[in-house]
Design a protein around this ligand. Structure first.
Ligand code: NAD
Ligand code: UGA
Length: 472
């Protein structure tokens, strides 16, 4: 029987590598797991004595507390991590390319490539190399070519694809009880054997019937396909939300009613200000690029529309704010509640909130922002990047960051809910908020946190309420 995996190295200590490999360490006490990263401050944060981890994820700290120093280690010594391991996860970032061929669409594979080259350069024994990052279909082929062209004698490399399906905010739960774990391998003797070894690792806590094994290319494409299908549902419901606003239908009721069809199902049908996050847009654009390179123009157009609908949804929402406030928000105070791209995360990548605030600033409004998790430096950095032509000083003269939701709404003309944090649903004392706002006091709910009755209650207090997917 093949030897079991006993040492794992994960290259990339980010949102995926960190939680995923921490959970492997927790569930497999017999395996030594080392997570390495070039970013020293990130590794230092993972190692802080008081567990001030670099990412906020419910339940993560508890997992790290149980394993760190036992069989879970964080280090900047990438070479040593590679040399010691028999299985290596490559979990580095794969952002959209900013320039060159495929700019704006294709995935930038430079980090995957440099990690791969480093493995080839320093490995002194055979390794199973696992693509954890989301990559275009057939990336494993390039990795194999690089590894084989640069390896030492007696080192063989087997490449697996094992895409990650966790969602931020629920990562730990998703990892504890995944819908499925997907492993792709070459259908050769060696490929299948490598696949079996990784399967054994997951089988320590995942029901074997949920561990799917498929071909390498199917596995790579499945990751892009899954994200594209999920995002497509949101764009579909958001497209319908525009019809609701124009007709008096209610998107919550429509979503609820379609979701009862067991073929459609109730999840992921929440209309919103638009999807954000580091992956949906990036992965769809990646799929668009792939389709175009394969000369599948219609296929590319089809998927591109999912992203375009999302841009439209964000634009439509900011326009509705301006229209409702008598066609001008110049000099008015807008309180934006929520900056993260979804609740229960401090991540702001591609957050719809950033686009909305940029639009408000372009209209020369004053914006006050509150988010329970996002660090202030992150907000400044995101706004500076988003508002290209405005300098940071100009931004800071129109934007203030506030310590509480109530504080952010003081003297505001309008309040915009951009992230569905629980405290916005349950913890807001609307009468007090109303008393502190300029009148008429407008509320814009971009996250459907106000049900029909709740919205009525707010109207009785005196608010002018606008909810996404509902006519006024
Ligand atoms: P991230 O940016 O949070 O983390 C990536 C880390 O890799 C960074 O800390 C970076 O310093 C490090 N790195 C880059 N090159 C390196 C190298 N050569 N050696 C050592 N370290 C290196 O990214 P993430 O959100 O964890 O995403 C990683 C991958 O997983 C992406 O391909 C993404 O599409 C995919 N993914 C992300 C999510 C998510 O929820 N964020 C979910 C599923 C899949
Ligand atoms: C998503 C997928 O859900 C994960 O399976 C995948 O692993 C991950 O992308 C990835 O590849 O990175 P994530 O982006 O963390 O996870 O979060 P989601 O819960 O999918 O939310 C994405 C965006 O869609 C958020 O802005 C969210 O608010 C929005 N959304 C989600 C809606 O507007 N409506 C919904 O019904 C669901």
């Amino acid at each position: 029987a093949p030897t079991k995996v006993s040492k794992i190295c994960c290259i990339g200590a980010g949102y995926v590598g960190g939680p995923t490999c921490a959970v492997i360490a927790l569930k497999c006490p017999h395996i030594q797991v080392t997570i390495v990263d070039l970013n020293k401050s990130r590794i230092d944060a993972w190692n802080t004595p008081d567990f001030k981890l670099p990412i906020y994820e419910p339940g993560l700290e508890d997992v790290v507390r149980q394993c760190r120093g036992r069989n879970l280690f964080f280090s900047t010594d990438v070479d040593k991590g590679i040399q010691e391991a028999d299985l290596i996860f490559v979990s580095v970032n794969t952002p959209t390319k900013k320039s060159g061929v495929g700019a704006g669409f294709a995935a930038d594979l430079k980090y995957v490539e440099s990690a791969t080259r480093q493995i080839a350069a320093v490995a002194t024994s055979s390794k199973i190399v696992v693509e954890k990052s989301t990559v275009p279909c057939r990336t494993a082929e390039s990795m194999r070519t690089i590894l084989e062209a640069n390896s030492k004698p007696n080192c063989r490399f087997d490449i697996l694809s094992n895409p990650e399906f966790l969602a931020e905010g629920t990562a730990i739960n998703d990892l504890f009880k995944p819908d499925r774990v997907l492993i792709g391998s070459l259908q050769t003797e060696e490929g299948k054997e490598a696949c079996e070894k990784l399967k054994e690792v997951y089988a320590n806590w995942v029901d074997p019937t949920r561990i799917l094994t498929v071909g390498l290319w199917s596995s790579e494409l499945t990751k892009l396909a899954a994200n594209a299908m999920l995002a497509q549902r949101i764009s579909s419901i958001n497209a319908l939300s525009a019809i609701c606003e124009a007709t008096g239908a209610n998107i919550d009721e429509v979503a609820y009613s379609i979701g009862f069809d067991s073929r459609i199902g109730p999840k992921f049908l929440k209309a919103s200000v638009g999807f954000g996050g580091s992956c949906f847009q990036k992965d769809i654009l990646n799929l668009v690029y792939l389709s175009e390179s394969l000369h599948l123009k219609e296929v590319a157009e089809y998927w591109r529309q999912v992203v375009e609908m999302n841009e439209y949804q964000k634009r439509r929402f900011s326009k509705r704010v301006v229209d409702t406030l008598f066609n001008t928000i110049t000099g008015k105070n807008i309180a934006v509640l929520g900056f993260a791209f979804k609740a229960d995360t401090g991540d702001t990548r591609e957050s719809a909130s950033i686009t909305l605030i940029r639009d408000f600033l372009k209209e020369r409004a004053n914006v006050s922002i509150y988010d329970p998790q996002v660090p202030h430096e992150q907000i400044w950095q995101d706004l500076e990047e988003a508002c290209g032509d405005m300098g940071i000083e100009e931004i800071k003269s129109s934007v203030t960051l506030r310590p509480t939701a109530l504080d952010a709404t003081q003297c505001a003309d309008a309040l915009v809910i951009a992230t569905e944090w629980k405290e916005f649903r349950e913890g807001i004392d609307w009468q007090t908020v109303y008393d502190g706002m300029n009148k008429p006091a407008f509320v814009f709910d971009g996250r459907l946190i106000l049900g029909l009755e709740e919205a009525e209650r707010l109207r009785r207090i005196g608010f002018k309420v606008t909810v996404i997917g509902r006519g006024n």
